[in-house]
Design a protein around this ligand. Structure first.
Ligand SMILES: Nc1nc2c(c(=O)[nH]1)N[C@H]1C(S)=C(S)[C@@H](COP(=O)(O)O)O[C@H]1N2
Ligand SMILES: [Mo]
Length: 406
């Protein structure tokens, strides 16, 4: 029997509209087929990414790096993870782009063009570590829903812009201000214009830090579209969800910001540790602020093979949210004993630090190199996955690579 395909007329008509031309033999298309011109573009070309990056999701786009791709001291654009909660703004007109400062606690609501922001306020450049709160989620058991990030949702780029503080102070901050909340130009997955994909923020103390920027450049160029062109908030050391992309409006609030993904289990963890899989009441969840101490071995790649008698040079980065990393160690005996790595100072506050070590292995065989950072409060990374939480945030377990000595 001849197979017949039923493609609704309305679907065909809407496909034709998007294609900008009649889909002449549309009725002959196999069921469920998407015309090539409507298929997802190649994400590596679309975002100018290295094709070894891992695509976790396409609707919305979520893409992470691999440890060995993050070996540069400053993360190049092509290795920077992309995390979207909604649809990247489709039309961005920089000439008409404005930023409005409003909210209950602004003295005088003000709107700035990009040109005004750039000329009116002093510009600053900082290297800032941005890590997604859900980086490492894939290791939690029972598993947590959401993008299954492994270790690659972290970056440290050069960000140039004006201080958020300077702009907020220009508009005027009332004495009852407690929080800022951002509103951006990306589109909710439902395409409902009443809904925002994400609208987070930070307490005033974080908003007013020297390093909290309204940035228009990343690594010396216009910010790539996927990373928030033409204007984004950058708040290093906190979950990167605080660093709103495509910023249109910042509200100075007289209460904790209540935008999309501020409540429930979004970017919040149980205030006190809970058993794995336990249900946690909303009032027992706390907003994630400074990210925990963590590190990554970026050289060599896991699976390295080494000739017997040769030492192995390793290197990588370590970071600790608002704090600095004060000690970096490695272990080749599954954490039984630890030796020190050399550790550089950060180039500025909230930038990741670089470590290195030269390791001798006693004999042929299979080894693992584990790396462990300790922050200035004396807190070290846990060797294995830390406290379970409903959304799988804050996995700062020691990074490990496999090494074979032959
Ligand atoms: N407007 C907007 N800002 C956003 C997001 C978003 O979806 N929309 N995602 C946030 C999250 S969860 C993260 S981890 C970072 C990721 O920044 P990147 O894509 O530039 O690496 O952007 C944050 N800012
Ligand atoms: Mo994130």
């Amino acid at each position: 029997m001849k197979r017949r395909f039923f493609i609704e007329k309305a679907t065909l008509a809407s496909m034709s509209t998007v294609l900008g031309a009649e889909l002449v033999f549309g009725a002959k298309m196999p069921e469920g087929y998407t015309p090539l011109a409507l298929q997802d573009p190649n994400p590596f070309e679309l975002f100018s990414l290295d094709n070894r990056m891992s695509v976790l999701n396409n609707k919305p786009w979520n893409i992470e790096a691999k440890a060995h791709l993050l070996n540069d001291k400053v993360t190049p654009n092509k290795y920077m993870f992309i995390r979207n909660n909604g649809i990247i703004p489709e039309k961005i007109d920089v000439t008409s782009w404005t930023l409005t400062i409003d909210g209950e606690s602004v003295k005088k609501q003000k709107t700035y063009t990009l040109a005004e922001l750039k000329s009116k306020f002093k510009q600053h450049t900082y290297q800032l570590t941005l890590e997604c709160g859900g980086n490492g989620r894939s290791e939690f058991d029972p598993p947590a829903k959401g993008n299954q990030w492994t270790i690659g949702a972290v970056s440290c780029a050069n960000w140039t812009g004006v201080r958020l503080r300077d702009v907020l102070e220009d508009a005027g901050i009332k004495s009852d201000a407690v929080y800022v909340g951002y509103h951006a130009a990306d589109v909710h997955l439902s395409r409902n214009p009443q809904k925002e994909p994400i609208s987070r923020g930070a307490p005033m103390a974080k908003a007013l830090q020297d390093e909290t920027l309204l940035a228009f450049q990343m690594n010396g160029e216009d910010i790539p579209v996927a990373h928030g062109y033409p204007l984004r908030l950058v708040a290093g050391g906190w979950p990167a969800s605080v660093s709103g992309k495509w910023i249109k409006r910042i509200s100075i609030r007289n209460k904790e910001h209540d935008g999309a993904k501020m409540g429930g289990s979004s970017y919040r963890v149980p205030c006190k540790p809970v058993a794995a899989g336990e249900k946690v009441a909303e009032e027992d969840m706390c907003i994630i602020e400074s990210m925990p101490v963590k590190s990554l071995i970026t050289y060599p790649m896991s699976g390295a093979i080494l000739k017997k008698g040769k030492p192995l040079s390793i290197n990588g980065h370590a970071w600790a949210g608002e704090l600095e990393v004060s000690k970096m160690e490695y272990s080749i005996d599954f954490g039984a004993t630890w030796k020190n790595c050399s550790l550089e100072k950060p180039v500025n506050r909230l930038a990741w630090q670089h470590f290195a070590a030269v390791i001798d292995f006693p004999k042929e065989g299979y080894y693992e190199v584990w790396a462990r950072a300790t922050d200035t409060n004396g807190k070290a990374q846990p060797m294995l996955v830390p406290g379970w939480n409903p959304k799988g945030y804050l996995n700062n377990a020691c990074h490990r690579i496999a090494v074979k000595v032959v």
